[in-house]
Write a protein that binds this ligand. Structure first.
Ligand code: KG4
Ligand code: ZN
Length: 328
C-alpha cells in the first residue's frame, strides 16, 4: 500500500491506496471551522493546526485500513503548490515516516492528484481524457494521454471558480467556504432571475470569473430592497443565478475542449466538482463523465497516493533534503 499525505491548504489528510487504486482509507481533518471567522484560510493557523493533528490523522488512516506502517511500501506527499508552511508539515512528516522504515518517497504535484482522482476506485477513467480541475485555488482544463503527466489547455486568468463561489457568498452575507452555501441556497432559487455574465476570454480555453463577482457587487448595490435587508427572498434567486453563470462557463469550456481535442471522456475534480448543478448538468456534454465521490473531489490524500502510482519515487535516503514548494 501507498501512504499518502496532503497538507497544502486547510485540510490535514492521510490515506492508504493500493497499487491497483483501491482506496483503503481516506481520512480528512478539516480546519474549516478554525478559519471560518476570518472568511478565508489564515496560513499561520493552518500550519500550526496541521502540526497538531497530522500524527493522529496518519494513525486513523492506518487503523481504518486495518494496517500498520509495516504494510506501507511507499510514502507519497504533496510537495506543492500550496501554502509553504502548511506543505512543510506534510513533507517533513512524510520524510520522517519514510526514513524510519527506509521506504521510497514520492513527491506529488497537488494538481496532478486532482487531475487523476477519477483513476481511483472500481471504474477508473482511462486516458486519453479531458480533466477539469476547479477548486478554491485553481481552475484549468487539461489533457491526459499518459497518467504520469497532464497538459494544461486553458486556465483561469483571474479568480478560480471556487474563489468566485467564495467571494460571491461573502457578498451575499453567507458563510465560508461559500460553494456549499450557494449550492444549498440555489436549490430554492430561480436561476434565470438575474442575468450574470458568462465570460469567455480569448480564442482559447481560458476562464475568467472576476467580472462575474463585480457584476454581483453592482447588482447588490442597485437593489435598494436588498441593501435594507427587506426582501430576503431574493438571496436564493441571486445564488441560483450566480451559480448558473459559473456552471455555464465551466460547461461551455468543457464542450469546446472536447470538440477541439477530439476526446470522449471527461474527469471532473477539485472542490467545485462537489457542486450539484455541475454534477447533474455534466451529462449535457454528450461525453462519458467521471465525477469522483465528494471526498475525492475536495482536497484529500487518496488522490495524492493515487497519483504517486504514476510518478517516480525517490529511494531512501536521497529524499532527506527534499523541500516543499509553494509553486511548482
Ligand atoms: O479542492 P478544494 O477542497 O481546495 C482547494 O484546493 O482549493 O476546493 C475548495 C473550493 C472552495 O472554494 C469551495 O467553496 C468550493 O471548492 N466548493 C464548492 C462546493 N463545495 C466546495 N463550490 C461549489 N459547490 C459546492 N458544493
Ligand atoms: Zn486542491
Amino acid at each position: 500500500m501507498i501512504l499518502g499525505l496532503e497538507t497544502s491548504c486547510d485540510d490535514t489528510c492521510a490515506a492508504l491506496v493500493t497499487r491497483e487504486g483501491v482506496v483503503r482509507a481516506n481520512v480528512i481533518a478539516s480546519q474549516g471551522l478554525l478559519h471560518e471567522r476570518y472568511g478565508g484560510v489564515v496560513p499561520e493557523i493552518a500550519s500550526r493546526q496541521h502540526l497538531e493533528v497530522i500524527d493522529s490523522v496518519v494513525d486513523d488512516a492506518l487503523e481504518h485500513a486495518g494496517a500498520t506502517l509495516a504494510d506501507v511500501e511507499q510514502v507519497a506527499v504533496t510537495r506543492g503548490p500550496g501554502l509553504i508552511g502548511a506543505l512543510l508539515v506534510g513533507v517533513s512528516t512524510a520524510k520522517a515516516l519514510a526514513a524510519s522504515r527506509e521506504l521510497p518517497l514520492a513527491p506529488v504535484d497537488h494538481l496532478h492528484g486532482h487531475v487523476t482522482a477519477s483513476m481511483l476506485g472500481e471504474d477508473p477513467i482511462q486516458p486519453p481524457y479531458l480533466a477539469l480541475v476547479a477548486s478554491g485555488g485553481h481552475t484549468f482544463l487539461a489533457r491526459v494521454d499518459d497518467p504520469s503527466e497532464y497538459r494544461v489547455l486553458g486556465e483561469t486568468l483571474d479568480d478560480a471558480a471556487g474563489e468566485a463561489f467564495d467571494k460571491g457568498a461573502r457578498l451575499l452575507g453567507l458563510g465560508y467556504p461559500g460553494g456549499p452555501e450557494i449550492d444549498r441556497l440555489a436549490r430554492e432559487g430561480d436561476p434565470s432571475a438575474f442575468d450574470f455574465p458568462r465570460s469567455q476570454p480569448g480564442e482559447g480555453l481560458d476562464f475568467s470569473f472576476s467580472g462575474l463577482k463585480t457584476s454581483l457587487l453592482y447588482t447588490l448595490g442597485t437593489e435598494p430592497f436588498f441593501a435594507h435587508g427587506a426582501k430576503k427572498g431574493s438571496v436564493p434567486d441571486l445564488a441560483a443565478s450566480y451559480q448558473r453563470a459559473i456552471v455555464d462557463a465551466l460547461l461551455a469550456r468543457l464542450a469546446q475542449g472536447l470538440a477541439r481535442e477530439g476526446l470522449e471522456r471527461v474527469a471532473l475534480g477539485g472542490g467545485v466538482a462537489a457542486n450539484r448543478e455541475l454534477r447533474e448538468r455534466a451529462g449535457e456534454l454528450g461525453a462519458r463523465v467521471w465525477v469522483p465521490p465528494i471526498e475525492l473531489c475536495t482536497d484529500n490524500a487518496a488522490m495524492i497516493a493515487g497519483a504517486a502510482r504514476f510518478g517516480r519515487a525517490i529511494p531512501y535516503p536521497e529524499y532527506l533534503d527534499l523541500d516543499a514548494a509553494a509553486r511548482l
